[in-house]
Design a protein around this ligand. Structure first.
Ligand code: T4K
Length: 404
């Protein structure tokens, strides 16, 4: 195995030498166009003197994305969080919303800021999506929607969630921030449930720098949301909704249009990097990969592993620290779980929540560097470093604990 096994990759904490990587290797890097690609589009925008408020580039991107998602409506917005918040508002929900605490703060804050209360359910132990069994245990008439997260591009148990939604007469919506161009049983993500939200942030596979979209096949919902994205304005003389400025500008749409044609190539490269990680690390004791749900094709945007301390010999936090010493900036996505946020201390919905799978995964998860411009040799080196950390685990733990 191990191309780098014999090259003496020893964690810097032990060797005291220079870090394995001279420069920081981040968890991700944006997929950006070249100046040559950008310049003519920007010139066009300047000539038109139309920079935002549903301009031509914005409208072209919406049209092209309808084809990607295979849905009737795509509504671009300034970021995924505002899109999700306005989606929750446009559904006219009351009371409580079932969701996962194993997510980015945006999911939970959107619920809270929409005047709703999150009901935290557990996740499936291996694929980290919302557990239908846990939902069954917690659902009651005070729940007005289910908001599931297609976490790290893994698609939720859509059949069971939508069956439950129909049974209780409530909408199911998806935070698909991570799931651009993923599919389930051959159907592209975007057309599931009542609506889905996508993030086009700079750290996402498909980026407009900041940006996002809501997808839906419901024309009534689309019209309400379109108005809320534009201050709730109906026409020059009527303001019919309490909306916000959620619009995407022309410059953001230009970045999106330029990115679209590159997606297949980017995903192919990420798949190949993912293969290296999986081949190298699957034999390593105490490393567990996120299971991909049957029927789901992911975009390989994230490389998440769990570090099982009793087998690997180091905790996730210790591994995280040791990697950083060698300039590998892995991230603890998603720790802490939503019910442990400081800002929700004292809130009834966050008190006494006990979800064993969320607790375990949140304490063991680590997202390793994964992005288009990442060199396969660097992936090999990161794997070699993890192998070496395992081989020197006793020494490493002593050293880390000594350093405090
Ligand atoms: N729902 C879910 C499930 C989400 O994961 C997110 C966002 C949302 C909703 C909300 O969508 P948006 O409203 O953002 O559209 C980053 C992103 O900022 C965030 O969008 C993303 N999830 C989350 C998973 O990752 P941070 O706080 O970790 O970002 P930051 O600044 O630490 O960046 C991560 C790494 O990316 C850096 O270490 C280096 C690299 N990076 C970052 C930026 C901004 C670059 O190389 N260049 C850059 O310009 O949240």
């Amino acid at each position: 195995m191990a191309k780098y096994m014999d090259t003496c990759v020893k964690p810097r904490i032990l060797s005291g030498k220079t870090p394995l990587f001279k420069d920081k290797v981040y968890v991700t890097r944006p997929n950006l166009p070249t100046m040559d690609e950008l310049a003519p589009k920007i010139e066009e925008m300047l000539a038109r003197q139309w920079v935002t408020n549903f301009g031509d580039f914005h409208n072209e991107l919406e049209t092209r994305l309808k084809d990607v998602f295979k849905v009737k409506h795509v509504l671009l917005c300034c970021n995924g969080t505002i899109g999700l918040f306005l989606l929750l508002r446009s559904l006219g929900l009351k009371g409580r919303v079932i969701t996962t605490p194993f997510t980015f703060p945006a999911t939970i804050h959107s619920i809270y800021m929409a005047g709703l209360e999150p009901v935290f359910c557990d996740i499936c132990p291996d694929d980290y999506t919302l557990s239908p069994k846990s939902i069954e245990e917690k659902i009651n008439p005070s729940v007005s929607a289910i908001l599931s997260v297609n976490v790290f591009g893994n698609i939720s148990d859509v059949e069971n969630l939508e069956r439950m939604g129909a049974k209780y007469g409530i909408p199911v919506i998806y935070d698909s921030a991570h799931a651009f161009m993923c599919s389930y049983k051959g159907k592209p993500v975007g057309g599931f449930g009542k609506a889905e939200m996508f993030s086009f942030h700079g750290t996402k596979l498909f980026t407009t720098l900041e940006g996002g979209a809501i997808t839906t096949n419901d024309t009534g919902l689309c019209n309400r949301l379109r108005s809320l994205i534009n201050f709730g304005i109906k026409d020059e003389e009527h303001v019919t909704g309490v909306g916000l400025n959620g619009k995407m500008s022309e410059i953001n749409a230009i970045f999106g249009l330029l990115a679209l044609g590159k997606m297949d190539r980017i995903i192919k490269k990420l798949d190949s990097l993912s293969d290296i990680y999986r081949k190298r690390l699957s034999e390593l004791p105490g490393i567990k990969f996120q299971a991909i749900r049957r029927g789901c094709a992911t975009n390989s945007q994230y490389m998440t592993i769990e570090i099982l301390p009793e087998k690997f010999g180091l905790t996730r936090d210790e591994a995280h620290r040791a990697l950083k010493e060698d300039n590998v900036y892995a991230r603890k996505y998603f720790f802490p779980p939503g019910y442990s946020y400081d800002c929700y201390k004292g809130e009834r919905f966050a008190e006494g929540v006990k979800l064993p799978n969320v607790e375990r995964v949140s304490n063991q998860i680590l997202c390793l560097p994964m992005y288009y411009s990442l060199d396969p040799d660097d992936v090999e080196k990161i794997c070699a470093l993890l192998e070496s950390m395992y081989n020197c685990r006793k020494e490493l733990v002593d050293k880390l604990r000594l350093k405090g």
